[in-house]
Design a protein around this ligand. Structure first.
Ligand code: NAI
Ligand code: MG
Length: 495
């Protein structure tokens, strides 16, 4: 078995200082009411980076009160829509000015390679705030031609206070996807970042205050899911919850939200089919499929984790993929050469190695990887399984790690059927030069996003979300504005 390339220390970025570890409530940085803190770790070294204020119900109570005040009175509801947009533009500029620091902070807290935080996360964050800044003054109602002598029109009013609960795989980007449309629409926010990765969201909070968002418009309460997160979900002062994370967590949130009938949008897991036809540009398909699975240490909801390859090119594809997997550079995420960092925490690391074991036990062929890399940090070797069948746990359940499952197929109808045989429906991809086949699959695969001859192409303007148990509602694009507005109908007698 070839060994994974070790990185050199040719160009290593220095970890940044941690500037903010408190919670943001009503424009003030404060400790938890309980005085408790929790540690956030550097997953590459397993060392504690900082102790962060640990929010719970009492802190959420204060944050909701501040957000309600800011929504109902004060400068926020009086602000012209265009001026809300200006604040978002100003925030985007501040993020751009602090790009290097934020990228390094993301790498420190999450473990993702600095080259990814710089080139992928941060540019997408900035773009997201600019995109929604432009929407703030373009959220229109309609005039409606009803029967009778009436003037009828609709208004799209801000929904109220949004509770936003985000995961750790793209900490700052998930914060941007949530904050930007909510603020553009005129909502106020109580944000609960993931306990593994609170630091960039807190630093973003500082930049939001600097940009000029009035007190209470943005509140950030770090803490754990069952405490701080559940308090957000249950609070009657919160009108809507937007959540990204595990499908099982979404079910718990739905139950907890039932008592107050909150609006819910969910962006959840996946087991996305990535289909490579024999007529595809094979090198492009190999490179795109490597990216589609191994990017972000495999911690992507869209990961192309069921890789269907047409039988006639299967062996050739596998050989090329093996080369690429073994050429990935694992190591210090601050090294500019590193392409794969550690998994985010011990729980994820253990879960992934457990799935590797399940793959072995089920009789799949482990071609490479599947072991811990090094003796410090949560590094998992890039792993490829072949001889995978559709019923194996590794082919059905979300692994959320650098574990690729390659499955051969023989014809179009078969691959559509097998591709759709899952309760997930987040994403899919097709690699082919045949336009008919490409469109046929794009239409037949039950997924919120289908990529053709590319993978993980994201843009703030393109709606994103899941069919089936991969989610409810859409983020990004114009579609996300609907998550943060209520439609009001006004009917006036002209008689
Ligand atoms: P999780 O769903 O538990 O955590 C996501 C967020 O939800 C965190 O902020 C957490 O504190 C919060 N949360 C947890 N329980 C909650 C509750 N009862 N009420 C309110 N908020 C709650 O996911 P976790 O445990 O971090 O990861 C487990 C698995 O979930 C991963 O292995 C992966 O399969 C999946 N996942 C999917 C993501 C996606 O992008 N769709 C992102 C992160 C995880
Ligand atoms: Mg951390």
């Amino acid at each position: 078995m070839a060994t994974i390339v070790e990185t050199t220390d040719a160009a290593v970025v220095t970890p940044p200082p941690v500037k903010q570890v408190k919670m943001l409530i009503d424009g003030e940085w404060c400790d938890a009411a309980s005085g408790k803190t929790f540690a956030t770790l550097n997953p590459a070294t397993e060392e504690v980076i900082a102790e962060v204020a640990e929010g719970d119900a009492e802190d959420v109570e204060r944050a909701v009160a501040a957000a309600r005040r800011a929504f109902e009175s004060g400068p926020w509801p009086d602000l012209d829509a265009r001026d809300r947009g200006q604040l978002l533009y100003r925030l985007a500029d501040l993020i751009e000015e602090n790009l290097e620091e934020l990228a390094a902070l993301e790498t420190l807290d999450n473990g993702k390679p600095i080259r990814d935080s710089r080139a992928a996360d941060l540019p997408l964050v900035i773009d997201c705030f600019r995109y929604y800044a432009g929407w703030a003054d373009k959220i229109h109602g309609d005039t409606v031609p009803i029967r009778g002598d009436y003037f009828c029109y609709t208004r799209r009013e801000p929904l109220g206070v949004a509770g936003q609960i985000i995961p750790w795989n793209f900490p700052l980007l998930m914060a941007a996807w949530k904050f930007a449309p909510a603020l553009a629409a005129g909502c106020t926010v109580v944000m609960k970042p993931a306990e593994q990765t609170p630091l960039t969201c807190l630093r973003l909070g500082e930049l939001m205050i600097e940009a000029g968002f009035p007190p209470g418009v943005v509140n950030i309460v770090p803490g754990y899911g069952p405490t701080a997160g559940a308090a957000v979900v249950k609070h009657p002062g919160i009108d809507k919850v937007a959540f990204t994370g595990h499908t099982e967590t979404a079910k718990a949130i739905m139950r907890d939200a039932a008592a107050t009938l909150k609006r819910l949008t969910f962006e959840l897991g996946g087991k996305s089919p990535n289909v490579v036809f024999a007529d595809a540009d094979l090198d492009a398909a190999v490179a795109g499929s490597e990216f589609g699975l191994f990017f972000n240490q495999g911690q992507c909801c869209t990961a192309g984790s069921r890789l269907f390859v047409e039988r006639s090119v299967h062996d050739q594809f596998v050989e090329k993929m093996l080369d690429r997997a073994q050429g990935r550079r694992l190591g210090n995420p601050f090294d500019l050469e590193t392409t794969q960092g550690p998994q985010v925490d011990k729980a994820q690391f253990d879960k992934i190695l457990d799935y590797v074991q399940k793959g072995d036990d089920a009789g799949a062929k482990r071609l490479t990887g599947g072991e811990r890399h090094g003796d410090k940090g949560f590094f998992v070797e890039p792993t490829i399984f072949t001889d995978v069948t559709d019923d194996m746990p590794i082919a059905r359940e979300e692994i959320f790690g650098p574990v690729m499952c390659i499955l051969p197929f023989d014809d179009v109808d078969e691959v559509v059927r097998r591709g759709n045989d899952t309760f997930y429906g987040l994403a899919a991809a097709v690699w082919t030069k045949d336009v008919q086949k490409a469109h046929h699959l794009a239409h037949s695969l039950r997924a919120g996003t289908v990529w053709v001859n590319c993978y993980d192409v994201f843009d703030a303007a393109a709606p994103f979300g899941g069919f089936k148990m991969s989610g409810i509602g859409r983020e990004l694009g114009e579609a996300a504005l609907a998550n943060y507005t209520e439609l009001k109908t006004v009917t006036m007698s002209l008689g």
